[in-house]
Ligand binder design. Structure first.
Ligand SMILES: C[S@@+](CC[C@H](N)C(=O)[O-])C[C@H]1O[C@@H](n2cnc3c(N)ncnc32)[C@H](O)[C@@H]1O
Length: 195
């Protein structure tokens, strides 16, 4: 029987010193959509254990920052990372970023799954909605938002929400996504900030 750690992406992540195999999802999204080009400051929601943050650190300039938020701890610390161990509900970045702009908001947040399809889909929708609220508060005009959602009844509703705030919305399912996973990623570009 195949064990979980036989997974080629898990092995690769270990070899390349990434905290999680999830990094290859962001890497593929970036290869296909060029989301890191010109990015200085990133807000990474649901960042733990930290592989997406690690990927961003490789792509941003020396003066750039990653603000990483999670209920769980990050696996490392780094001078360019500001880690907030808290829920993103009620997130307040003003004391941290001042007037700095966030170029890219990422959300790989996932609820603790129950195995009950409708419950898991609803919880994922709630988290993605919270992430969208954060993106709308902190993203600079023209910025990019990448968010994970479990496929289900609320898919079209969420896409419509994104379309009302972004110029372009694409859907991706990276190759490293586990076969039985219901997750998809939205890549929303060109944030239309309301006055
Ligand atoms: C799939 S993991 C993220 C993996 C991460 N992108 C990486 O590359 O290491 C999902 C994360 O979402 C976090 N999460 C779930 N609900 C959250 C909330 N309300 N606020 C902050 N983080 C949350 C979980 O604690 C978990 O660490």
């Amino acid at each position: 029987m195949r064990k979980w750690n036989d997974d080629p992406f898990t092995k690769k992540a270990k070899k390349e010193n990434y905290e999680a195999r999830s990094v290859y999802k962001l890497e593929e999204i970036d290869k296909r959509e060029r989301v890191m080009t010109g990015v200085t400051n990133v807000l990474d929601l649901g960042a733990a254990p930290g592989s997406w943050t690690q990927y961003c650190l490789k792509k941003i300039p020396a003066q750039g920052k990653v603000i990483a938020v999670d209920l769980a701890p990050l696996g490392f610390s780094h001078p360019q990372v500001i880690f907030l161990q808290e829920s993103i509900e009620g997130l307040d970045l003003a004391p941290i970023i001042g007037s700095a702009q966030i170029d890219l908001v990422l959300s790989d947040m996932a609820p603790k799954t129950t195995g009950v399809h409708d419950t898991d889909v609803a919880r994922s929708f709630d988290l993605a909605s919270l992430a969208l609220e954060s993106a709308k508060r902190f993203l600079k005009p023209g910025g990019i938002f990448i968010v994970k959602l479990f496929m289900g009844d609320s898919f079209e509703e969420y896409r419509a929400l994104l379309r009302s705030s972004f110029e372009q919305v694409r859907i991706l399912r990276p190759e490293s996504t586990r076969k039985h996973s219901r997750e998809v990623f939205f890549v929303a570009k060109g944030f239309k900030k309301s006055p």
